[in-house]
Design a protein around this ligand. Structure first.
Ligand code: RB5
Length: 146
């Protein structure tokens, strides 16, 4: 599995913690920043990361900003991306099982690093259940391709 990791200035600290999780899990990943002193725009990171998932270069992305909301709104504009904004362990698991989400968004200003790291761990290690969920996810792709 290959993961692309990004944040804006509001998610830098949490992005570093999530990088540690990916290292511990021996998940291959590329961290595209931001390497920022001041503030940057989350869309400048969400779009390239989401596009590299949609193209198949990466299997998944983890995107972090202050709330996770900007990243998730932007990532979901990219065709083929199913970005989930997650701040609890239940939805971290179920969005993989039911939605086959390929982008995880979190907000550094919303939850603490301990929970966020567990969410990242759960999300990267949970498989899509397919079955009836396959049909539902396919309908999203069909809509995008209309
Ligand atoms: C930046 O201040 C903040 O707006 C951003 O990190 C994010 O929370 C947007 O959704």
């Amino acid at each position: 599995m290959k993961v692309i990791l990004a944040s804006d200035h509001g998610g830098v600290n949490l992005r570093k913690e999530v990088a540690e999780v990916l290292n511990d899990l021996e998940v291959e990943f590329e961290d595209i920043g931001c390497n920022c002193e001041g503030s940057v725009d989350y869309s400048d990171y969400a779009f390239p990361a989401a596009e590299r998932v949609a193209s198949g270069e990466f299997d998944k992305a983890i995107l972090i900003c202050g709330t996770g909301i900007g990243m998730s709104i932007a990532a979901n504009k990219v065709k083929g991306v199913r970005a989930a904004l997650v701040h609890d362990l239940f939805t971290a698991k179920v969005t993989r099982e039911h939605n086959d989400s390929n982008v995880l968004c979190m907000g550094e200003r919303v939850i603490g690093p301990g929970l966020a790291k567990e969410i990242a761990k759960t999300w990267v290690s949970t498989d899509f259940e397919a079955g009836r969920h396959e049909r539902r996810v396919s309908k999203i792709a069909e809509y995008e391709n209309k």
